[in-house]
Design a protein around this ligand. Structure first.
Ligand SMILES: [Zn+2]
Length: 576
């Protein structure tokens, strides 16, 4: 078992810093603002000290977020988190902005940038930050965070009674895999009714968010919020038009494949039409795959570790360190925020993984995914002293995670003693990959429309949503459930949490699938490329990170079509 990480050594930040007291952060920021950064040496030391402070504050906020997401029903934890986002972050942001400006104004900055790509990345990112930063946006962003927090609470409180037992909606989802169609339909209806009960509330929250976001964009001098996000998200290497073209490529290459999968599913199930509750069940009506029981978290962790072990013993060892350091909270329980995430704790240089595992096959894929994020953080944080250069752009972060799903799908027998079940898991995963692209195109296109149509009505929004569902969604008969179809987007938390953050998954999936194809011919080399690209963290632009992983940064039909062909061939080889 690897040793626990050494306690972080601080040289600038006092050991007893309490980031809940803003004055303590402020004093340190003022010191940094007053310090001369005329020479190269001064500037380098200054960056390291600031990074130490940034890591300490970031980790404090991260731990508050983790705690409240593990216990959404604990008011004290919620309060501590809200104190951080409402009082500390808004006060700290303008000071960070001043520090960024001080860096950009330093006469030694040019010399640093000439030293190599690390500092050039820092400069490019910070120039964008400085360009769009507006003091008056800070309270607006705080308000947006408050609304999003309300959305989380609303979703986290959704508990239903199904056949005499209480379930979270995440727990209930497993009944959608039940061969008994009546059970599926009932579970789907119970879950859908529960969501619809809060439909108007969520619609209201979204309608509060949109004008806030528009104002944020306009305040920053941008024509619309999309242009603002492009800069804020540092999308330097592709345009909105590239994304819309990506969606078109998906419509021509993936949607016909999905419709074909639907046709076979309908045939296998012996149904005239697919209904919304027929999408997750095994088409041969076998009982759902159960990789572990809901209470078998150790089995879940051990099985996932075994998969990593087959990919690379080093990855398995790193995964084990998460368990050893208490950085896994995987079981689903009431009061826990839905979903799963990996959080990078910057000062201790540790990843934390959060999940709501319910004992379904998808849980294995999610943990492989979050494990990939954790490897990324460990690889980058091991060598990169500056916090701002550790995280790669999201489009590549998701290559780190999705590649673990893609490579891991070859080893599902770690959970299933029967080869047939492992093949079933792999088939479900590969089908999921194909089906994901059109869903991504819906969510992305929806946001392009939303943020370039300010002031739209709810009806117009619903009409656009339905248009996209018609264009991209699978062949499902929603008769009698029109309200559910119309508000289906509300479950997509990205629309609330991270506007426009979704196409990244599509771009990254292309990278992950390219790695999967390469690994079929040369697995060692694919893993070696993967690891070396991860270790670059955020020190290179996207096309270079993709190149380091041995894959190309391109999301046109040229890349998409051969990948879809390969997936189709692989599916044809697998037993049904
Ligand atoms: Zn991810």
């Amino acid at each position: 078992m690897p040793a626990a990480p050494p306690k972080p050594k601080r040289t600038f930040v006092p050991a007893d810093l309490d980031p809940a007291e803003f004055s303590q952060i402020e004093v340190l920021c003022r010191q940094l603002l007053d310090r001369p950064v005329e020479t190269l040496q001064q500037l380098e030391r200054w960056l390291l000290d600031w990074s130490e402070l940034a890591a300490a504050v970031d980790e404090y906020g991260g731990r508050r977020y983790i705690e409240k997401s593990c216990h959404t029903d604990d008011p004290a934890l919620e309060q501590a988190y809200l104190h951080f986002v409402e009082k500390i972050e808004p006060a700290y942001k303008p000071l960070q902005f001043q520090l960024q400006k001080k860096y950009l104004a330093s006469p030694a900055r040019q010399q640093l940038s000439e030293r190599g790509p690390r500092y050039r990345m820092l400069e490019r990112n910070w120039r964008a930050d400085v360009e769009i930063f507006r003091e008056e946006n800070v309270p607006l962003e705080t308000e947006a965070t408050r609304i999003v927090n309300e959305y989380d609470k609303t979703m986290g409180a959704m508990v239903v009674n199904f056949r005499g037992r209480e379930y979270t909606l995440q727990q209930l989802a497993r009944f959608l895999e039940e061969p008994d169609r009546q059970t599926r339909q009932e579970a789907w209806e119970v879950s859908t009714d529960r969501r619809l009960a809060d439909r108007e509330k969520i619609e209201d929250l979204f309608d509060q968010l949109l004008p806030l976001r528009e104002r944020i964009g306009r305040n920053a001098g941008m024509p619309d919020f999309r242009a603002f996000i492009w800069k804020a998200a540092k999308r330097f290497d592709y345009t909105p038009q590239d994304c819309l073209r990506f969606s078109d490529a998906i419509a021509t290459t993936c949607v016909p494949l999905v419709r074909e999968l639907d046709r076979r599913r309908r045939q296998d199930l012996g149904l005239p039409r697919l209904r919304p509750w027929d999408r997750d069940v095994d088409p041969r009506s076998r009982p759902p795959l159960r990789p572990f029981r809901e209470d078998e978290t150790d089995k879940f962790i051990n099985g996932t570790k075994a998969i990593f072990e087959r990919l690379s013993p080093q990855l398995a060892e790193e995964f084990e360190s998460l368990r050893a350091n208490g950085n896994l909270d995987l079981a689903s329980r009431k009061g826990k925020q839905p979903g799963g995430y990996q959080y990078s704790l910057e000062e201790s240089r540790q990843p934390f993984v959060f999940m709501n595992a319910a004992g379904v096959h998808r849980d294995v894929e999610v943990l492989l995914h979050e494990g990939g994020h954790a490897f990324h953080h460990l690889a980058a944080a091991a060598t990169e002293p500056l916090v701002w250069l550790r995280s790669a752009p999201i489009e590549f972060c998701e290559v780190a995670s999705m590649a673990m799903e893609a490579l891991g799908c070859e080893h599902f027998d770690a959970f299933y003693p029967s080869g047939a079940d492992a093949a079933r898991g792999k088939r479900a995963y590969l089908e999921g990959v194909i089906r994901f692209f059109p869903w991504m195109a819906i969510i992305d296109s929806f946001q392009h429309w939303i943020y370039t149509h300010p002031g739209h009505t709810r009806d117009q929004r619903a009409a656009e949503w339905l248009r996209l569902m018609d264009k991209f969604f699978s062949d499902v008969d929603w008769t009698g459930y029109e309200a559910a179809r119309e508000s289906w987007w509300q479950r997509q938390l990205h629309l609330f949490h991270h506007p426009f953050y979704y196409v990244e998954y599509g771009i990254a999936q292309l990278g992950a699938l390219q790695l999967w194809m390469k690994a079929r011919h040369d697995p060692r080399r694919a893993i070696a490329n993967y690891r070396s690209a991860l270790a670059l963290g955020g020190t290179r632009p996207l096309p270079e990170l993709f190149a380091a992983a041995g894959v190309s940064f391109d999301f046109s039909e040229k890349t998409l079509r051969p990948l879809m062909d390969a997936l189709q061939e692989e599916l044809a080889r697998l037993p049904a």
